[in-house]
Design a protein around this ligand. Sequence first.
Ligand code: MRU
Length: 421
Amino acid sequence: MIKDPCLKLQGAGFMKPVKSIHPTVSDSRPVKPVLIYFCKFGTAPILIRSFIMLVDGKHYHSIWLDETDKLVVKVIDQRKLPFFFEIKDLRSVNDVYTAIKEMVVRGAPLIGAAGAFGIYLATLEDKPAADTHRHLRQSADHLITSRPTAVNLPLVIDSVLERLMKIADVNALKEAALDAALETCRSEIERCRKIGVHGLEIIKNISRRKNGGTVNILTHCNAGWLACVDIGTVTAPIYLAHEKGIPLHVWVDETRPVNQGARLTAWELGQQGIKYTLVPDNTGGHLMQHGMVDLVLTGSDRTTRKGDTANKIGTYLKALAARDNDIPFYVALPETSFDFSISDGLAEIKIEKRDSGEVTHVAGLEGGEIKSVRICPEDACAENWGFDVTPARLVTGLITDRGICGASEKDIRKLFPDKFR
Ligand code: MRU
């Protein structure tokens, strides 16, 4: 008999068993949300009011510098979640390139941060002093080609590079590159926190309208702390609302073909004690037609100056269904996911095409191992676009670190006047 998964305790303060190979993470211990923590990036700790993103009682960021060996950048291998919690060491630009390309790390803000660390690692590579700047430029160009759609990657890398190109001394360069990478992480965390504060108001309003009844939020892909450095974009308002005691429930799209919803968002929400229900991607329309969704909240990989938004493939269909059912559809994004240089998302955003094997096969846990199984005829022809574009007209609003605005050039310009030339 299949039991209703919603009746199970999902996290609710309790860690689900995660088989671990990491020495500091064991099987299952209670996970408690804590309101205040010190961010470990940088020398002076900064105070952030929020949940600690915990894995088995230990606070993790999605990327960090090894405290005992500053030549090593550490990441959580997201290809292994939720089955195994594994930490991977990145020691070179090529390691970072491969980690981004193969989605060891993924999600727009995180790949931007990884790019910054990639440049730091490039400064450590042994090159004659005269070639250092050229090496950094080549490393940047290489990193930027790892994934084309999320704007955070080129944006962060270019701004880090701009800082470094003014520095000639090799040791000063290494130090400045590390500072820039840590600063990137710190500001991404702070932006997510602010998105949370602004987005919380939307959830509060819905909760008020429902007289305190459960607010049902539908999300696609993973725009949580795993996709960022901490807290997440879409998840920030959710975690804050949960912290405020607002009853919440999240519909988690499985998000084929890679299943970031099923594998990452479900795991992440469970860790934080947020009630969720996993649904196949094509269920959203039905839920909306039956009044089971109050709000659709998605992330962004690249949003144009007019509000067109590229996000994980399938986001557009959710926006269409939301419009047809008069349900608010908000995009949560930091300023680093805007591409202010372009207007027309459909014409100007490059959509990543990925290996068709992600479509023809599905990975899952069997006998204690992650196995990939074919789900179609051996010779099936398959295509794999990673993202689609939701036109601004279908977006109710953008929840940014500077506040909430309409998805139009006029409204975006009001929040980001300094970005419009
Ligand atoms: O292919 P992915 O997993 O990198 O795609 C990620 C998404 O589409 C996220 O929704 C987006 O990057 C926003 S993350 C805060």
